[in-house]
Design a protein around this ligand. Structure first.
Ligand code: SF4
Length: 105
C-alpha cells in the first residue's frame, strides 16, 4: 500500500501545505505552523519526509518541514558525508602501513 493513502493531509485543505510568501513571519508563518502540526500527528511523516528529500526541490510542507528546512538538511547530510569520506581516507592512511608491515612478516 502506498504511504500516501495514510496521509493525514488528505483530510485537509491542500492550500494549507503551500503557504504563500515569507514563511518566517506573519500569516504564512502561522499557516506553516498549522500545517506542521498536522504533519506531527501524521502516521507517515517519515515516509513523506524521505520522499520529499529524494524528490529534490519541491515546494510546500512535506514531512513536517518547509522547502528551506529540507534544503538545510540536505546540505548538512552532504557535509557529514564529506566528513565521513575524509575520516575513511584518514583511517586508510593509518591502516595501510600497518597492514603492509603485518603482511611482510
Ligand atoms: S507528513 Fe504532512 S505532508 Fe506528509 S503526508 Fe503527512 S500530513 Fe501530509
Amino acid at each position: 500500500m502506498n504511504w500516501r493513502t495514510k496521509a493525514d493531509c488528505r483530510h485537509q485543505d491542500p492550500d494549507l501545505f503551500f503557504p504563500l510568501g515569507n514563511t518566517t513571519s506573519g500569516l504564512p508563518l502561522l499557516q506553516t505552523e498549522e500545517a506542521k502540526a498536522v504533519c506531527r500527528a501524521c502516521p507517515v511523516i517519515a515516509e513523506c519526509l524521505d520522499w520529499a528529500l529524494r524528490a529534490g526541490a519541491v515546494e510546500g510542507i512535506w514531512g513536517g518541514t518547509t522547502q528551506g528546512e529540507r534544503h538545510l538538511m540536505q546540505l548538512h547530510a552532504r557535509h557529514d558525508a564529506g566528513r565521513a569520506r575524509e575520516a575513511l581516507c584518514d583511517a586508510s592512511l593509518f591502516v595501510t602501513p600497518f597492514v603492509a608491515t603485518w603482511s611482510s612478516s
